[in-house]
Design a protein. Structure first.
Length: 326
């Protein structure tokens, strides 16, 4: 067994993970991201200790501790550099501190890389050699896994697929670039397009179930769009169809660059868009020069909210220390 730890700006979740990716004894503690480095580390330690407290025999059975942390970070050294969502840590040697505290090997990586690894070895990517993983949510992240090994690039900064530009005249992304897919197809981006569409529709007197669900234009979120779509709302369908086309353009670039064996997609927005996966696959050949792009499966991830825990645990055995591209 291993312990997987998923670190976020408001919480730390940890659990035991078995050799085939099954998750048990989940714990959750608050994260003090605005405190000191020691405060942040104390939250991580408390989550791990809670797992050991729940299963005392696990101390003898656990082979290592994997940790998903917001980046930027260095997966080779296990140092968390300067994550905006974790201001408590700057150049913090997370892996070394965990190893010192628990006398177990520790591995650290970002959530998308780790979740992609978990999907490749335990999830929807089983049986495929080259796996492209994307998580669609508040942001868009991605991971590239070649033969069960994360591809990190020269400095550990590879696979930032969410910041591939599909329109240089597009909206400014939080990363500072323009027209990134994250600026078009993340949850907040879908909500922004919905608000703009509804504002125009209000001028023409057209009503939408999105607005009824949200209560006011300013409160519209992507989940309201999803709820309205499932209720048959025409405006919601148009917004999600546009999102599907934007994702198709993006995935066409991914296919032309990587030609993966499978594309695995997770996250809350992926669940919302899953009904459009057949349309994306059907339209994909229009946005790639690869004539066999339609043969690449586009599938939902196995792990939902537990992707960080599973991915962190996967790092212990298949993490950066065994990476062939150093």
């Amino acid at each position: 067994m291993t312990i997987g730890v998923d670190i976020g700006g408001t919480k730390v979740a940890a659990a035991l993970v078995g050799s085939t990716g099954e998750i048990a004894q989940k714990t959750r503690v608050p994260m003090n991201a605005a405190g000191s480095a020691a405060d942040g580390f104390a939250a991580v330690s408390a989550a791990v200790e809670a797992v050991f407290f729940a299963v005392p025999d696990a101390r003898a059975a656990v082979s290592g501790i994997g940790l998903c942390s917001p980046g930027p970070l260095d997966p080779k050294s296990g140092v968390v550099l300067n994550p905006p969502n974790l201001p408590c840590w700057r150049d913090f040697p997370l892996a070394a501190e965990i190893e010192h505290a628990f006398r177990l090997p520790a591995r650290v990586d970002n959530d998308a890389n780790a979740a992609g690894l978990a999907e490749a070895i335990w999830g929807s990517g089983i049986g495929y050699t080259n796996v492209f993983y994307a998580t669609l949510g508040t942001g868009i992240g991605s991971g590239i896994v070649f033969d069960r090994k994360i591809y990190h690039g020269r400095t550990g900064s590879a696979a930032e697929g969410g910041h591939v530009t599909i329109d240089y005249r597009g909206p400014k992304c939080g990363c500072g670039k323009y027209g990134c897919i994250e600026a078009f197809a993340s949850g907040p981006a879908i909500a922004r397009r919905a608000r703009a569409k509804l504002a125009g529709a209000a001028d023409s007197g057209v009503a939408s179930g999105i607005l009824q669900l949200a209560g006011s234009l300013d409160l519209v979120r992507a989940d309201h769009v999803g709820q309205a779509f499932h209720q048959g709302d025409g405006a919601a369908r148009e917004i999600l169809e546009e999102t599907a086309m934007l994702l198709t353009v993006w995935l066409g670039n991914i296919v032309d660059l990587l030609e993966p064996d499978v594309m695995v997609v997770g996250g809350g927005i992926a669940e919302l868009m899953s009904g459009f996966f057949p349309d994306i696959s059907r339209n994909l050949p229009r946005w790639t020069i690869n004539r066999r792009a339609h043969e690449i499966p586009l599938v939902m991830a196995r792990y939902g909210a537990d992707a960080g825990i599973a991915g962190a645990a996967a790092l212990v055995t298949f993490g950066p220390e065994s990476h062939p591209y150093k």
